[in-house]
Design a protein. Structure first.
Length: 204
């Protein structure tokens, strides 16, 4: 369970936007010593239940564990940044860390079907490198099949989604305004948080 005070809770729409903006996921479990894999995933929210799709290397033993125990936890992370208490109007304040995360609990199904692998690969190419699509299609069929034989595709039926956007919503408006300004002047991860803050109705 993800500890999420009510003021940090995010909507399903916000969760979907974060997943699409930050597709590299951490897949965890199963087992007493869980296996961990990092992989870019695609979100299909066109119908219920929502699904995630991706692939891993055949040499990765994680897919074999999924075939035995198909429950998986998937974590997506947006920006994060240190928040200095010097940004607050009150002198009696402590440092904190802001972040945006989505946790997905789901049931994973592995496939070795060549056509399904082709669909997943083309969907990933379409999202991240559409200019490469023609080049992939022009590769010799034997080469493409050889490449696909080295991966295992999967889909995850999303059974629960917890989204936590800790963006200083618990602070007064003037504090949030100073935090936003600091985030806009920060590094890439801080600027990503600034975008979430500006999209929040709680931000002045």
């Amino acid at each position: 369970m993800l500890y999420t005070p009510p003021h940090f809770n995010a909507s399903a729409a916000q969760a979907a936007r974060l997943i699409r903006a930050n597709p590299l996921a951490t897949l965890i479990g199963p087992g007493e010593e869980p296996i961990v894999t990092h992989a870019p995933l695609l979100l299909d929210d066109a119908s219920e239940p929502w699904r995630l799709m991706g692939h891993v290397a055949r040499a990765n033993p994680h897919w074999q564990a999924w075939e035995q125990t198909p429950e998986v936890l998937v974590v997506f992370q947006g920006g994060d940044a240190y928040i200095s208490p010097s940004l607050y109007s009150a002198r009696k304040a402590v440092p904190t860390w802001n972040y945006a995360v989505v946790h997905v609990w789901g049931r994973i199904a592995v496939t070795h079907d060549s056509e399904r692998k082709e669909q997943v690969l083309k969907a990933l190419i379409g999202q991240h490198d559409p200019a490469y699509h023609t080049q992939w299609d022009a590769l010799e069929p034997d080469f493409r099949e050889g490449m696909k034989s080295g991966i295992v595709a999967f889909s995850i039926e999303m059974q629960r989604v917890d989204a936590k956007f800790k963006l200083s919503q618990n602070r007064p408006a003037d504090d949030r305004a100073r935090v936003l300004q600091a985030m806009e002047q920060g590094d890439e991860k801080a600027r990503a948080l600034a975008q979430w803050m500006k999209a929040s109705p709680d931000t002045p």
